[in-house]
Design a protein around this ligand. Structure first.
Ligand SMILES: Nc1nc2c(c(=O)[nH]1)N[C@H]1C(S)=C(S)[C@@H](COP(=O)(O)OP(=O)(O)OC[C@H]3O[C@@H](n4cnc5c(N)ncnc54)[C@H](O)[C@@H]3O)O[C@H]1N2
Ligand code: MOO
Length: 420
């Protein structure tokens, strides 16, 4: 009688004889396989948040466009001032305010009222704060000691007309909209939004309404991933959910490939009796990588359905989330036009200790303690969704590492490193 295999009781063990793909190899494969698939459109700059520039952008005018006052005060020509410790110059009629330029030339050795943002009148190159003067007999009086040009902003001191603001492939942030607007850029050429379909699979799932059968659960992955994709600036396409049924899954893939540029599915990715996603992708699509040495997320499929990439992620929500950040994010970035963006992590001391198997990369839900150590969530269970909200990022334990001790430097990626 043949003996059963030795007990592993570790669904993350990397069994002998299976070709486990290291995370870096899977990422390199993805990087090589992806290309930008979206066209270009011209849009108003004020609608361009999170969009990806298709061309370089240069300033159409300088910022500031003209020399102006940085404060409310009094302006004069510096080198016309009388010499001495106490200075007194006549105040002329008129004033310069933001949006209301003074018409005329301020005579030498006189001062004029100026307000913050006012174009510097001709004949003025320096401004004194109103708090530093007194006015007596229509004269502005103050102590010497100012520098020429004080309290003024030079034309173009921030950006000059023609200067490069952003390179193509830059993802536009709110602050970018400010500098483009300030420098007269009103329209930008951006890549059309990448359309990414999200499909949940599993007989147990319920999307809306109430759970009616004893073995049903609410679909957590699809709303999470749709929101994630929206935050990344993509058009998230809800492909709904289908049961563990090959025909339904096949139909959903075909529909998804018609209306989206890429598809993320969750569930059915491992090799169980009802894991139809893996079966279909293995037999009917071009499967690029399968069984990646990562925890969570070991059973994951990266496949091409005709020309449409399908990311087949595990059903466990934590694994679906982590795999989306690690694999889908950079790959979708290439498809959408930003190029491959690896997350930037920080080396910080661990507030935890842990043993792990060599040969697989692990991502744990993590956050920073008050003294900037990295602490991890109490459980590694990849159905423990609440830990994703407890955490403020992920800690990455490298493939080769077997032991992490308190105080060891570990790589912490705040969620913002993944664009969320
Ligand atoms: N004998 C083994 N069993 C399992 C292994 C293994 O190596 N040997 N690996 C485990 C790991 S790790 C994972 S991850 C899962 C991956 O399985 P599937 O991708 O086939 O996912 P499912 O079985 O469909 O679902 C797993 C789990 O997640 C729940 N789920 C699925 N979709 C959703 C959703 N949209 N919202 C909320 N929860 C969802 C599902 O009900 C299951 O509980 O396989 C393990 N088993
Ligand atoms: O790898 Mo499974 O990834 O725990 O949830």
């Amino acid at each position: 009688m043949t003996q059963p295999p030795k007990l592993s009781n570790d669904c993350f063990a990397l069994p002998r004889g299976v070709d486990w793909t290291p995370v870096d190899d899977a990422l390199a494969m993805l990087k090589g396989a992806m290309k930008t698939v979206v066209g270009v459109e011209t849009i108003d700059v004020n609608m361009s948040g999170e969009r990806i520039l298709a061309n370089d952008i240069t300033a159409l005018q300088s910022n500031p466009p003209f020399a102006n006052s940085a404060v409310d005060g009094y302006g004069f020509r510096f080198d016309s001032l009388p010499v001495g410790e106490q200075i007194s110059v006549p105040l002329i009629d008129g004033r310069a305010a933001a949006g209301q330029a003074f018409q005329g030339v301020v005579p030498a050795c006189t001062a004029i009222r100026v307000l913050t943002g006012a174009r510097l009148p001709d004949g003025v190159d320096t401004v004194i704060l109103q708090e530093d003067i007194r006015i007596e007999s229509d004269h502005v009086q103050f102590e010497s000691g100012l520098k020429q040009g004080a309290n003024t902003r030079r034309a173009g001191e921030d950006v000059t007309a023609g200067e490069m603001l952003f390179r193509a492939r830059h993802r536009i942030q709110p602050q970018d909209i400010a500098i483009m607007s300030a420098t007269g850029v009103q329209h930008v050429d951006v890549f059309k939004k990448l359309r990414v379909g999200v499909l949940s699979t599993g007989d147990e799932l319920v999307s809306d309404g109430n759970i009616t059968k004893t073995a049903q659960i609410f679909d957590a992955n699809r709303p999470m991933l749709l929101d994630l994709l929206t935050r990344w600036g993509y058009a998230a396409v809800d492909l709904g959910h289908v049961g563990d049924n090959s025909d339904q899954i096949r139909k959903a893939f075909a529909k998804g490939a018609d209306i989206a540029d890429a598809i993320i599915t969750t569930g059915g990715a491992s090799a169980g009796d009802e894991d139809h996603v893996s079966n279909i992708l293995t037999t009917e699509a071009t499967l690029h990588t399968w069984r990646v040495a990562i925890k969570p997320g070991r059973p994951l499929a990266l496949a091409m359905w005709n020309d449409t990439p399908i990311f087949g992620f595990p059903g466990n929500p934590v694994a679906a989330f982590v795999c989306s950040l690690v694999f889908a994010r950079p790959a979708l970035g290439v498809m959408a036009g930003t190029g491959w963006n690896a997350p930037r992590g920080f080396q910080l001391p661990a507030a935890f200790s842990k043993s792990k198997k060599a040969g697989r990369r692990e991502f744990l839900r993590a956050r920073l303690t008050n003294d900037n150590h990295v602490e991890v969530f109490k459980s590694e269970g990849s159905g423990r969704i609440s830990g994703l909200s407890w955490a403020t990022g992920l800690v990455e334990l490298p493939d080769h590492k077997m032991e992490v001790c308190t105080g060891d430097l570990v790589t912490f990626y705040p969620y913002s490193a993944f664009g969320i």
